[in-house]
Design a protein around this ligand. Sequence first.
Ligand SMILES: C[S@@+](CC[C@H](N)C(=O)[O-])C[C@H]1O[C@@H](n2cnc3c(N)ncnc32)[C@H](O)[C@@H]1O
Length: 240
Amino acid sequence: MTLARFQLGLSVVRNLIAGRAVFDVPNYRESELTRLLNLFAHIDASRWQGMRVLEVGAGYGRIGEVFEQLGFDVTSTDGRAEHVERMNSKGRRAHVLDLDQGEDLTGGYDLVLAFGVLYHLSRPDSFIKRCGEAAKVLVLETVVCDDLRAVLRPVTEPSGWRGKDQALHHLGCRPSPLWVEGCCRTAGFDLIRDISSSVANWKTGSYDWTPRGTGEWRRNGVNLRKMWVCEKTSPQTVLD
Ligand SMILES: C[S@@+](CC[C@H](N)C(=O)[O-])C[C@H]1O[C@@H](n2cnc3c(N)ncnc32)[C@H](O)[C@@H]1O
């Protein structure tokens, strides 16, 4: 374990003892800001004006909240009822949605915001396929593994008090970038832009890492991550 990782663990425990929820620890707040900054540095949000947004694996829904502030109609969801209750209590439209249950995502949405959730799923390909059936745009942000091939590495994740922001069913994955992009293409997104850049970096998340093909998903205590904007530019059928 690196010093940075140890310090992060210590700060999470200290914050939890102080009664703060996992999403309120400084590391999370920093990651929300850097990732949003990166996204808005790479897109022209006015192009999406009028789109209905579905935020999945939302946690406290702070990514969706920014879209709401920009005038988008946002519905936020999470697999954990406690996070949904918290969003509802803040006046947000939110409901429970477990992405590993294969539920249909269609419901009049145009854009899916999937930040920090793909790698907590046991069936991420099924989730991406359903995004393709439901929406024109998918903004996808996730931990990945540094494999140059298209691979999906299943992993088990912590449960209990350490797992409030982890895989609902304790089984997650670390996909390679090529695997994710292949799924997005199969789901019908024909314009897939990798917008990962150092702007999104925070203490324990890196987007400007150098591919080495080592298979690792964490380097020097920092998770390897990617961010994509996937769009359908022409009406087409979803490939099987
Ligand atoms: C790392 S947090 C990300 C929170 C927020 N989207 C962000 O990026 O800051 C992952 C979230 O995904 C949720 N989650 C985990 N497994 C899920 C599943 N199968 N279906 C829906 N949500 C899930 C967790 O409850 C948690 O709120």
